[in-house]
Design a protein around this ligand. Structure first.
Ligand code: MN
Length: 208
């Protein structure tokens, strides 16, 4: 049967799955609100702006600097995807956040890292050692059937195609500076109290 094309749409800032105050004291209300409504929104707006610019140029038959456009689009789309994952892979401490993974994800972490504490150490060092702005992300390779940790610079550098995010941690200064000043390690340490393991486990199960 012939399929019909869906109507293209612009990107939208996804709402947080909790309130702005709910991740305190690990992430303060002010820090979370600015991060979500200003920083993440800027990447959504950036991607939409490029879509509109391309559409306009095509309509008018003028050329753009496509190399620059593609690079900028990669940055904004990476920012949107990573932040969307990050919000979902956190939950208020004690209300879904914190603790340890269970079920299949726990088994996979034990198998692939040799235990949860070893995984936690590797992920922590990956996050704290990002040069400048970037992310640590837990991923699952559906080809080799292994979990792995990525260190992403900016939103889109050193990131291989086709690896789904199971958990992302933003270590841009804008993610923690209001709460922790320059102490990124303290923020990374706090993050473990608000990891939404049920959600990360659910995403993992969708790929195995
Ligand atoms: Mn961010």
């Amino acid at each position: 049967m012939q399929k019909t094309l869906e109507k293209p749409k612009l990107y939208e800032l996804p709402p947080l799955p909790y309130g702005y105050r709910d991740l305190a004291p690990y992430i303060s209300e002010e820090q979370l609100r600015i991060h979500h409504t200003k920083h993440h929104q800027a990447y959504v707006n950036g991607a939409n702006g490029i879509i509109e610019k391309l559409e306009k140029a095509r309509k008018e038959g003028v050329d753009l600097d496509y190399k620059a456009v593609a690079k900028e689009m990669s940055f904004h789309l990476g920012g949107n995807a990573l932040h969307s994952t990050f919000w979902e892979n956190m939950a208020p401490a004690g209300k879904g956040g914190g603790g340890k993974p269970d079920n299949l994800l726990a088994d996979a972490i034990n198998r692939d890292f040799g235990g949860f504490e070893r995984f936690k150490k590797e992920f922590t060092v990956t996050a704290t050692s990002v040069e400048g702005s970037g992310w640590a992300a837990l991923t699952y390779c559906t080809d080799s059937k292994r979990l792995g940790i990525l260190q992403i610079e900016k939103h889109n550098v050193n990131f291989p195609a086709g690896f789904p995010f199971l958990m992302a941690l933003d270590v841009w200064e804008h993610a923690y500076y209001l709460d922790y000043k320059n102490d990124r390690a303290k923020f990374v340490d706090a993050f473990w109290n608000i990891v939404n393991w049920p959600k990360v486990g659910e995403w993992f199960q969708s790929f195995v």
